[in-house]
Design a protein around this ligand. Structure first.
Ligand code: PPE
Length: 305
């Protein structure tokens, strides 16, 4: 994956990629005081391109700012336009977009209410996050020894940069042990989410996912829940345990980067038959046809370039 593009949007200007830099005393670099989004733009079957669920991602960016107490210094409309402009100016038909708002240079120390808030938006091509093989045949997951944030330790509904140290620890732990992705339990021992995805299980064709407890409210999670309900599956947003994950017929991850990736193994136990199950494949296929603009029922989720 190359992060290189022509331009990065920084505080209202299109800046050459090489010049989009910050000072080493930037507050966010020291204390993790930034918040970001991950958004995908897809090239459609009809030759156009569209950003998937742009409004919801920008809304969550503002929610993150509201939770932290330093909102972006511009309107949501301006950010939406800047996202579309960044994709266009870089000539990208299909890409991942990363907006980040962060506390800049000024005072050092934890309380720095007068430091400037910067916003940057970059875009680059990013293929299957957990690999082409993984998205097709499923990945091997391991439960991490690191617990997910407690709701009163970190603001889990906010996509805060600092929150991701917890994800980096978990992901590194399981990757070094030879697995593809980390499943994280909450501080009470229930399955929370993965290092960068939400978790779903299927048993007897019933689809279950973690409720809004200690998790990031995933936009892909919401899309898949909507698709599952529309298709007539019984859907439950309920806490579940690690052994319930082991004994599921099927399991999968959802995320903007990971899209809908089947889980074929957890802690060396095959899930179902050890390959993507029928409900997972059904939901995945519908999701893929929606993002490609082939399913007219969900065009409300697409913002055309
Ligand atoms: N939980 C976490 C912790 C998370 O980081 C993500 C997205 C999700 C759930 C799913 O949310 P959504 O994308 O709205 O469906 N993770 C982003 C960052 C990945 C990265 O490595 O960076 C993403 O998928 O863009």
């Amino acid at each position: 994956m190359s992060l290189k593009s022509e331009k990065i949007w920084l505080d209202g200007e299109m800046v050459p990629w090489e010049e989009a830099k910050v000072h080493v005393l930037t507050h966010a670099l020291h204390y993790g005081t930034g918040y970001f989004e991950g958004i995908r733009c897809y090239s459609l079957a009809d030759g156009r391109s569209a950003v998937f669920r742009l409004d919801e991602h920008v809304r969550r960016l503002f929610d993150s700012g509201q939770i932290l107490g330093f909102p972006p210094p511009c309107t949501a409309e301006k950010i939406k336009q800047a996202i579309l402009d960044t994709i266009r100016v870089n000539g990208l038909k299909e890409c991942y977009v990363r907006p980040l708002a962060f506390v800049g240079l000024g005072e050092m120390g934890l309380y720095a209410p007068d430091n400037p808030i910067h916003v940057m938006i970059a875009a680059w091509p990013w293929g299957a996050y957990l690999g082409d093989e993984g998205i097709k045949n499923g990945i091997r997951a391991k439960v991490s020894s690191y617990a997910r944030h407690h709701v009163n330790v970190m603001m889990t509904k906010s996509k805060v940069s600092g929150n991701y140290v917890n994800s980096v620890l978990a992901k590194s732990e399981v990757k070094k042990a030879g697995y593809d992705e980390a499943v994280m339990l909450d501080t009470e021992g229930y399955v929370a989410e993965a290092s960068g995805e939400n978790v779903f299980i299927v048993r007897e064709r019933r689809v279950k996912t973690t409720p809004f407890t200690s998790i990031l409210p995933g936009i892909t999670r919401d899309s898949v829940l909507t698709i599952a309900r529309d298709k007539g599956y019984e859907v439950q947003e309920e806490r579940f345990t690690r052994d319930e994950l082991y004994t599921a017929d099927e399991a999968f991850f959802t995320g903007t980067a990971a899209e809908l990736t089947p889980i074929r193994e957890v802690d060396n136990r095959k899930i179902g038959g050890g390959c993507p199950g029928p409900v997972t494949l059904d939901l995945q296929q519908t999701f893929f046809s929606i993002i490609k603009g082939k399913d007219k029922k969900y065009t409300r989720w697409l913002t055309y370039l």
